[in-house]
Design a protein around this ligand. Structure first.
Ligand code: NAD
Length: 486
């Protein structure tokens, strides 16, 4: 069978790159596709096609038109649900069940949610009293930002892409998206769906390639983009800030995390252990919101350590289609080498390994995959590098605390500030501690429970700005205030 070719998608056409690179499966190293890398000329064409459509009918489309388009995209994603599942599974090696429940379902929901948000959104108006009896009316109108560069990572490829494309389109922008080089398939498939749903050609463009000195850098340094929305590593966020600095373009950044869970002795232990285990190991620990630091009140430390270890040992690594599989591989050999280096570092920093700690024996047919053992450590404190740096794998350090104030202090002792979870039966304490967390999102007795209207983002190294509901409209539009002397 011929190898699948994944081309750039510009103004409704598939466009060759100047060269191709291989995308391989993290499950067993098999070839998934050859991907056409966009050079500068392809990026120029993509940006020009986005600019052109803004000058045409899309630029003067109504909010109701665009909300209807978004709903058609959501419907079409659902009609092609299995194609998206196959694309996402091929690229990431995640369990199929997870891709169905989380990634593809959320992609459709993203489009519906932002159709609702934009259709319901109002704008401020003020009746201004001038003091001499005269008045003035101030009101603002929203305009699209323009051509938006959307750069996304590999961990939840379609979910994170549509989380940005949906509000961008709802607000009347045109986008040039660059999916991760590790996960090019679902963004390419979405281009087909856009055409099938009647999205005008040029509104959604896809360019493939890497970051530095490749499609990512060519796009972010392009003089004719109007803003960048980015999800990925904090260091990449810094590079993109530098790239857009000369032209002073706005950025929205959802970056890395080193998220804490704070577990009080009065928690519902079983529910907490289930929740904690999910928050550490979901998607093989490759969710920006995943817990990598667990602070546990000393009186239940051993119980929590024992319960979590049991749950980690119950995880089943395996092929995505096997219903028994709970846990897939890491995204790539390169990422596994990074995670493995942290597993080694933890031991040299004095960790006791409760479970895991290395590469599992997954049998000959999976030997070329990027498999890693779910791993838990004790014996570390906040001075250890593995407790300070984002690993982005199925790992967590368990650390005891004695008082609420101490728990808040150690949880907030990080350069990141994305998410936190508090586990307690005392709801007053839950509110109190959650509000004291220096993060964008704090959960109490749950984790990764999302309402797409609520603000999402981080502080410190974890990002700039918030997206979600009306917060997204702020980034994807430029208001013009009109003042009328009455
Ligand atoms: P990454 O930063 O390496 O890559 C993300 C994207 O940026 C890719 O498409 C990549 O090709 C591109 N890129 C890389 N260098 C670039 C450059 N110099 N200029 C322009 N584009 C460039 O991140 P990753 O390894 O793909 O993803 C994992 C990271 O993403 C983790 O740090 C994780 O915490 C973070 N993340 C954050 C959130 C959030 O919402 N805060 C969500 C998911 C993932």
């Amino acid at each position: 069978m011929a190898t699948q070719q994944l081309r750039n998608a510009i103004a409704g056409s598939a466009v060759d790159g100047r060269r191709t690179f291989d995308k391989t499966s993290p499950v067993d190293g098999s070839l998934v596709a050859q991907v056409h890398e966009a050079g500068r000329e392809v990026i120029d064409a993509a940006v020009a096609s986005a600019r052109k459509v803004l000058a045409g009918a899309w630029g003067s489309s109504t909010v109701q038109d665009r909300a209807a388009v978004l709903r058609r995209v959501a419907n079409r994603i659902e009609e092609r649900f299995e194609d998206f599942v196959a694309a996402e599974v091929a690229d990431t090696g995640k369990p199929e069940s997870l891709v169905r429940e989380l990634d593809v379902a959320r992609a459709a929901t993203n489009f519906r949610s932002f159709a609702d948000t934009v259709a319901a959104a109002g704008m401020d108006s003020y009746l201004t009293e001038l003091g001499d009896g005269r008045r003035a009316l101030n009101y603002a109108v929203r305009k699209p930002l323009g051509v938006v560069a959307v750069i996304v990572p590999w961990n939840l490829p379609l979910l994170l892409l549509t989380w940005k494309v949906a509000p961008a389109l709802a607000c009347g922008n045109a986008v040039v998206v660059k999916p991760s080089e590790e996960t090019p398939s679902s963004a390419t498939l979405l281009a087909e769906v856009m055409t099938e749903a009647g999205v005008p050609e040029g509104v959604y463009n896809v360019v493939h390639g890497f970051g530095q000195e490749s499609a990512g850098e060519h796009l972010t340094t392009h003089p004719d983009i109007d803003g960048v929305t980015f999800t990925g590593e904090s260091a990449t966020g810094s590079a993109i800030m530098r790239a857009v600095a000369p032209a002073v373009r706005p950025v929205s950044f959802e970056l890395g995390g080193k998220n804490a869970a704070v577990v009080f002795a009065d928690c519902d232990l079983d529910a907490t252990l289930d929740g904690l285990s999910r928050s550490i190991f979901l998607n093989t620990g490759q969710v920006c919101l995943c817990t990598e630091r667990v602070y546990v009140e000393r009186s239940i430390f051993d119980l929590v350590a024992g319960g979590l270890t049991e749950r980690a040992k119950e995880l089943t690594l395996g092929r995505p289609g096997d219903p028994a599989t709970t846990t897939g591989p890491l995204i790539s050999q390169q990422h596994r080498a990074k995670v493995q280096s942290y597993l080694d570092l933890a031991v040299s920093e004095g960790a006791t390994v409760l479970t895991g700690g290395g590469v599992p024996d997954v049998g000959a047919d999976l030997a070329d995959g990027a498999w890693i053992e779910p791993t838990l450590w004790t014996g570390l404190d906040n001075s250890a590098r593995v407790v300070r740096e984002e690993v982005f794998g199925p790992v967590a350090a368990l650390i005891p605390f004695d008082t609420e104030d101490e728990a808040v202090r150690v949880a907030n002792d990080t350069d990141y500030g994305l998410a936190a979870a508090v586990w307690t039966s005392d709801l007053r304490r839950g509110h109190r501690v959650a509000q004291r967390m220096r993060v964008g999102m704090a959960w109490v007795n749950t984790w990764y429970l999302r309402d797409l209207r609520s603000p999402f983002g981080g502080v410190g190294l974890s990002g700039i700005g918030r997206e979600g509901g009306e917060h997204s409209l702020h980034f994807y539009t430029e208001p013009t205030n009109v003042c009328v002397q009455l």
